[in-house]
Write a protein that binds this ligand. Sequence first.
Ligand SMILES: Cc1cc2nc3c(=O)[nH]c(=O)nc-3n(C[C@H](O)[C@H](O)[C@H](O)COP(=O)(O)OP(=O)(O)OC[C@H]3O[C@@H](n4cnc5c(N)ncnc54)[C@H](O)[C@@H]3O)c2cc1C
Length: 469
Amino acid sequence: MSDEVFDLAVIGGGPGGYVAAIRAAQLGMKVACIEKRATLGGTCLNIGCIPSKALLNSSELYAEARDGLNAHGIKIPTVELDLGAMQDQKSKVVKELTQGIEFLFRKNKVTSIKGMARLEGSGRIAVELSAGGGQQVSARNILIATGSESASVPGLEIDEERIVSSTGALELEGVPGHLVVVGAGYIGLELGTVWRRLGAKVTVVEWLDRITPGMDLEVSRQFQRLLSRQGLGFKLAAKVTEVDDGGDRLLVTTEAVDGGEPEKMKADVLLVAVGRRPYTDGLGLEQVGLKTDNHGRIEVDRHYATSVEGIYAIGDVIRGPMLAHKAEDEGVCVAEILAGQSPHLDYDAIPAVIYTAPEVASVGKTEEQLKEAGTAYKAGKFPFSANSRARATGKTDGFVKVLADARTDRLLGVHIIGAEAGTMIAEAALAIEFGASSEDLARSCHAHPTLEEAIKEAALATHGAPIHI
Ligand SMILES: Cc1cc2nc3c(=O)[nH]c(=O)nc-3n(C[C@H](O)[C@H](O)[C@H](O)COP(=O)(O)OP(=O)(O)OC[C@H]3O[C@@H](n4cnc5c(N)ncnc54)[C@H](O)[C@@H]3O)c2cc1C
């Protein structure tokens, strides 16, 4: 056992963990980060945000070249798909970005330890090194950032070939004839869209009677209409009751949630995308007396401290939205708290984006949440069909919706469905973070012609005064 004592040992090198490690090192702490995967970056860089966005981008380019360029006077006689090359491009991006974190660790003098960490007691971690053997790590503070894994459905055994999680769905070597997606959350819809664009028939089976639970309902309904137009099929208020994998193709049985006749369909691949669950396997929580709540999350106070002194937790393994930027910002907060600073993260100003085409992005409260809380609000909406840039580029689907407090005009929520929504939402997140009113948004000068003018117009609409509609 070495005598070296770290100020902070981070368990998990995902966006929460690696960002916390770098920020703590910037603040002068001696930091170690322990990661069991061969590469840094966690779910996000290896099997999540980055590979999915690479495939979404490539498949969108393919679909545009195949179907979308004629209207612009561009004729491409034959468009061919080279799926192997598309997958290689995705892997190249993942490799470059994960290596980039190794570089940042070296630059900031973060000690990177590859292996499986197990808590042994306050300030003590036993690491089973990936290269073989073991190492004891001592630290004044420990940060658990072990993330999450795909949730499973009883009776559906994931083999990552025919019955896949998102990880297998990112690695398919051929375009499935029929892909059945279980779960209409953002991961299922993004990956369903990828394979639909590449030629698969896609059917999404969802337990609830709507897609994207938690999203503003009006946006969600429009989103489903647009996805249906792209050829995605939906079976809502339905469940998969059986999958027979004995034949050449899977035989999937579904049933309406409230009963009824079972229906059968043949599929080549079944993607189970019913959400993610916090990951604490083998971490030794019980060894240090840490408990999880009934969702498997580690409980923390508002300073991310667990019930055991000197042990903190952030990211997907604690409460809150399972998003990379939320994990990152919490990582920064913990590092700064340990350095004696007073950081603050506004959970009402965390944006969420679905990277389909069109994109869907939101920040703050939905209309349903405001109704449920009894908050008096006013809503303003502006369609992209009335925005000049959207018309110039032919991307007129969708709208911006602004929700503001009826009495104070303070911005409460912004919801966008449309091209570039994920980029545009940053303006709304900043406005909410700064406590802006919808009038502030409406009076800020927006460049013309830009899609962002639709945000200004929706804000004007909350005052009943949009100009271009
Ligand atoms: C397909 C897909 C697409 C997604 N797209 C987006 C997106 O577009 N935008 C977005 O914001 N979020 C997205 N997410 C979610 C995002 O990936 C997670 O919210 C984010 O990675 C959480 O970060 P984290 O640091 O908490 O955990 P993780 O990224 O899960 O990292 C945890 C790390 O800890 C390691 N670990 C676990 N236990 C131990 C142990 N005992 N010892 C050592 N190491 C350990 C794991 O190997 C892992 O690398 C996506 C997820 C998926 C699956």
